[in-house]
Write a protein that binds this ligand. Structure first.
Ligand code: PLP
Length: 459
């Protein structure tokens, strides 16, 4: 039998390649700290890299050498402790190892028929997250690729529900469907509006950045026609600010609209004793998301999307096709039915394995330790003559300014650190002003690392 892809030939050559990959993986995982590495202009990469996709193939050994020597160093390691830009990811060893197992096991995570065991474990994590938030036992959902898909899928379910209720009440479609969210919400909410062709009402917030129910009432006024959802943020990307969820839920209930919380980064903060209080009211929401690949120490790509009433999401998202009837004509839990997707990797399993390995208490402690580092560096900033906090941190993002600096100076400072491989700390913007921002989600990011960075801002 012809076997061009060597599926059956477990020969010496394949064995050598397998060992090489395991060795690379082992070495990479043992790096403490992992190298920061950095991107490279296309032209430089093009000059370094030979063509790799050829009729005959270049061989796994050569491809691995190119990856290790050129491609990996040209890609930032987000788990380096001095990577504090954007929202980094620092996965536990257990979650990385289990990610390898998920790949090796060829699991289909879309339907119970095919992936019952994997889905059982993923659902245990979703149930645990829902319970921590105080949602009823009947809550459930699915792991999707990221917060963008999580927000979109939740809003699709919300509009489906609003449409159904309108039809049942004999009302015509509204002139426009609309979503309400804070002016500081993540860009993925606006993106979801674009994809769904719905208008997004941007709610101005007070100086502390927390959207409240009365901010929403003021922004919307008397015309609630077509508004089908309010999106609160449980930890804004730029500042880690948690909206006043209790008052947002109260407003949503008054007007009978869905309330979704985008907690892609921040809902992990609900596990830490000092920040749990900011999530009061979350038990009343219709849906929320949290990305394990942000602050729950799991590898890309993973977002837990949870619905209070999964039946609504199922009705909104189930795809129907003759070859799928065997899946959809059952009462079993098919994760494909709860978001905008069909085939899916069982991407909740790395988090499941790591939680099962370490226990929830270790997570609570790790998240709290990130909060503590954030508070300590915030205090250092308050005490410095050359720096100023833009806002007090609520969670583990700290935003500050270097007094008297122009945006060119911020860029030059951050570029120099980046080029020399010391840190990834890029300027952000707040109301048009350049500012600096530490996003602390890596247990290896110590306050000393951050003190060195703020010290280097003196000159
Ligand atoms: C609050 C918030 N929502 C949504 C997203 C989008 O998540 P993803 O990048 O996983 O699509 C992010 C990403 O940083 C975020 O911080």
């Amino acid at each position: 039998m012809s076997d061009p892809l060597r599926m059956h030939i477990h020969d010496a050559e394949t064995a050598v390649l397998r060992e090489r990959i395991f060795e690379y993986t082992r070495d990479r995982m043992q790096m403490d700290p992992p190298p920061l590495d950095k991107g490279m202009p296309f032209t430089e990469l093009r000059a370094l890299m030979p063509d790799t996709i050829t009729e005959k193939g270049i061989g796994g050994d050569t491809a691995m050498t190119l990856f290790g020597d050129i491609l990996a160093p040209a890609s930032m390691s987000t788990d380096n402790p001095s990577m504090v830009a954007f929202i980094p990811v620092a996965p536990t060893e257990a979650s990385i190892l289990f990610d390898l197992v998920v790949s090796a096991s060829c699991l289909f995570g879309g339907s119970w028929l095919e992936g019952a065991g994997a889905i059982y474990a993923e659902n245990e994590v979703l149930t645990f997250l829902a319970k921590e938030a105080g949602l009823p036992e009947s809550a459930g959902g699915v792991f999707v690729s990221g917060g963008t898909n999580g927000n979109l899928s939740a809003l699709v379910a919300a509009r489906f529900d609003a449409e159904r209720r309108r039809t049942e009440a004999g009302l015509p479609r509204p002139a426009r469907w609309r979503v309400v969210t804070s002016e500081e919400a993540h860009s993925s909410v606006v993106q979801a509006g674009r994809v769904m062709d719905v208008d997004v009402i941007s709610v101005p917030v007070a100086a502390d950045g927390r959207m409240t129910g009365s901010d929403i009432e003021n922004a919307v006024g008397d015309d609630w026609d077509g508004i089908f959802a309010i999106v609160a943020t449980g930890g804004t990307t730029n500042f880690g600010i948690v909206d006043n969820i209790t008052s947002v839920v109260a407003t949503a209930r008054t007007h009978n609209v869905w309330v979704h919380v985008d907690g892609a980064y921040g809902i992990a903060g609900m596990f830490a004793s000092s920040t749990k209080k900011y999530f009061d009211g979350i038990e009343g929401v219709d849906s929320f998301i949290v990305d394990p690949h942000k602050w729950l120490y799991a590898p890309y790509d993973s977002c837990a999307l949870i619905y209070r009433n999964p039946a609504i999401a199922r009705a909104a998202h189930t795809q129907h096709a003759s070859y799928l009837d065997v899946l959809t004509d059952t009462d079993e839990w098919n994760p494909s039915d709860f978001a905008v997707h069909l085939s899916r990797r069982a991407r909740g399993l790395p988090l499941w394995f790591s939680l099962a390995t370490h226990g929830v208490a270790a997570y609570r402690e790790a998240i709290e330790s990130n909060n503590i580092v954030a508070r300590e560096i915030a205090q250092v900033i308050r005490d410095s003559d050359h720096l100023e906090l833009v806002r007090d941190p609520m969670l583990s993002v700290v935003v500050f300014r270097r007094k008297g600096w122009s945006s060119e100076q911020y860029n030059a400072w951050s570029d120099a650190l980046w080029q020399e491989g010391t840190a990834a700390c890029f300027p952000s913007k707040f109301k048009g002003e350049s500012v600096l921002r530490f996003a602390i989600v890596n247990p290896r990011t110590t306050v000393d690392i951050l003190i060195n960075l703020v010290e280097s801002l003196k000159d």
